[in-house]
Design a protein around this ligand. Structure first.
Ligand SMILES: [Fe+2]
Ligand SMILES: [Fe+2]
Length: 377
């Protein structure tokens, strides 16, 4: 969508809400290390059940991590403004992303803004109920990009690593399959859209200005980002309905089922952009510096219902039981082990390469607590 004629998008109210929320989060002096089972607040969840607090706390942690990498994208190729401050942009990288969609910068900005509000709201809600918010600031230690355009104040202070990604792109065929659902066929292997990305590791952002050329190299980096974005967002799109099934309070349920679909909106938007990277005129494309190839998914041996890039809506698939008719649904939504599954998914992706053992310990306990949450307890 071309938004050049749009009026300035930021509303005062939304901006001040985010600003206030960030202040709340920033003022939370409790380190993540304090989030231990010995904390009475964690055990009681404040005014929430312990399970509900744990579900929201894991969601808040995931949103802080999402925010961290979306901010990196916004610095280099989004729209820095009061809603999403920092960075001055990398023109070469931005141009390559705009080859996929002219409004790519706007979409990056708005996705980043959404993630900031997600964690800010979740933490503020936890605090409003007397429960502990999540603060991962002590783990802001990763180098990140030093290319021109990044927020120099944040070099060496990233939580997530966008430079060594191994991307499971099988969501592409999972959402096109009419006969398999991971919840019913946990061992079925959905084919990859871009098998080189699944083999990894590849960077989704220019690491230094040396990555800005040759042309096919920086286009491949942009294409990697275009696949990283839906790969992440489809994870959120499954996480929220998976966790919602174990919420006790109707209000916590409302929070989870109201944030979750925004992740779905992100996912579908980015799935469409990824499609541009694997169709003509951009595809096929090979980065000759490392061999990374983006095939044209509309041509043999690809194409058809499993690969065609115009098919961006979910194909109905088996749901709950094969004795019931197929249904167009988010998948997977199995609730058992959902949080730990997301943590493993993000870790396997390489998003935390360079993080300390203490970081993994904290994330592991947050996920374990969320997965232990039981509806009605
Ligand atoms: Fe989010
Ligand atoms: Fe998201």
């Amino acid at each position: 969508m071309n938004t050049s004629a749009k009026s300035p998008k930021s509303s005062i109210n939304r901006r001040s809400f985010v600003k206030g929320g960030l202040t709340v989060a920033g003022a939370a002096t409790m380190g993540a290390g304090l989030l231990t089972q010995s904390s009475p607040l964690l055990a009681q969840g404040g005014g929430l059940t312990a399970g509900d607090a744990a579900l929201l706390r894991f969601a808040a942690a995931a949103e802080i991590l999402e925010t961290d990498f979306w901010v990196q994208y916004n610095e280099l190729a989004g729209i820095p403004d009061q809603e999403v401050p920092g960075g001055t942009g990398s023109p070469a990288y931005t141009r390559k992303l705009k080859n996929l969609d002219d409004d790519f910068d706007e979409y990056i900005h708005d996705n980043t803004d959404d993630e900031i509000t997600h964690f800010t709201f979740l933490n503020a809600y936890l605090q409003s109920k007397g429960a502990e918010p999540v603060n991962l600031d002590q783990f802001r230690s990763l180098e990140g990009s030093t290319a021109t355009g990044v927020n120099e104040e944040l070099i060496g202070k990233r939580l997530t690593n966008l430079t060594q990604l191994t991307l499971d792109t099988s969501w592409w065929t999972r959402y096109r399959s009419d006969s398999h659902n991971p919840d019913l066929d946990p061992d079925f292997k959905f084919p990859q859209a871009v098998s080189d990305l699944a083999a990894g590791p590849h960077t989704a952002i220019p690491r230094t200005d040396d990555d800005l050329h040759p042309d096919h190299h920086i286009q491949a980096i942009a294409n990697t980002a275009a696949f990283h974005m839906p790969t992440i967002e489809q994870g959120g799109n499954s996480l929220y309905p998976s966790m919602a099934q174990r919420a006790t309070s109707v209000e916590v349920l409302r929070i989870l089922i109201s944030i979750g679909p925004t992740e779905t909106m992100h996912f579908q938007t980015w799935a469409d952009k990824a499609g541009a990277a694997v169709s003509r005129p951009l595809a096929p494309l090979t980065d000759h510096t490392n061999g990374l190839t983006f095939p044209d998914l509309n041509s043999p041996p690809f194409g058809g219902d499993d690969f065609e890039t115009s098919l961006i809506m979910p194909e109905p698939c088996p749901f709950l039981s094969r004795s019931l008719p197929p249904c167009s649904v988010i998948r997977p939504t199995e609730t058992t082990g959902a949080a730990m599954g997301v943590l493993k998914f993000l870790t396997d992706m390489g998003l935390f390469i360079g993080q300390s053992p203490a970081f993994f310990d904290v994330m592991h306990s947050l996920a374990a607590a969320a997965d232990a949450a039981t509806r009605g307890v």
